[in-house]
Design a protein around this ligand. Sequence first.
Ligand code: NDP
Length: 246
Amino acid sequence: TGDLYGKVALVTGGSRGIGEAVALRLARDGADVALTYRHSEERAERVVERIKALGRRARAVRADNADPTAVRAAVKTTVAEFGRLDILVNNAGAGVLAPIEEITAEDVDRVLHVNVRAPYLACQTAAGHMGEGGRIVTIGSCMAERVAFPGGSLYATGKAALTGLTKAPARELGPRGITANLVHPGPIDTDTNPADGPGAEAQRSLTALGRYGRPEEVAATVAHLAGAGGRYITGASVAVDGGFAA
Ligand code: NDP
């Protein structure tokens, strides 16, 4: 649609899966894009090359969400490199599924650091650099709305916390013309949750559409929220879940 020309986006976890699709879509819509990754440097650089081939600027930054300094630094690197920051997509996240009695205190710290503390710090740091028209989009999960099977206590707890990280910044940053929204994907075909994986059939059967989603289908909604169409949407949770929560 091309309404992001001149904008700069930062996508966390942009080397694979949903984050990769979001980074490419925002670039196709005109944005320059920085993306973070944890291990997959080669994959991240491949995404960067594809964005550059679209005529946009791109940069990959290694930043483990577990490290608060690295998360803040990734925001600052983006601003230093591209001169501004308009769109933050908090996408990087860890999934952990296990019976509640098997979850350790260390598991709780690790998952909440990656899935909650890092998006919080990214949001806080990014907001300091955003002006009128700034956009914060966080990737939650359908499990924040409907926990349809056992084992999700820790993952769902962290993802549900992102509602606070959406509604409160929407209120606080609204007067500056900055929006904050949450996207809840359903089962999306990625390395973490492959459509031919062991739990896939159960997840597919819980959707209304009877199928897995594609990363591009989540990216389309992120692009809408980040673009002109999202101007009057803030503090909202949007399910892109094939009716998983219906
Ligand atoms: P993938 O496993 O396909 O990709 C994960 C991406 O996040 C990679 O770029 C990875 O980097 C990065 N990443 C993972 N851990 C960290 C970390 N600690 N610090 C920085 N980057 C990290 O995941 P998905 O695309 O499936 O998931 C993306 C988001 O969507 C997550 O927040 C997930 O919870 C959410 N989600 C996914 C669903 C699904 O069915 N797929 C359903 C609901 C929500 P690297 O390549 O270096 O490992």
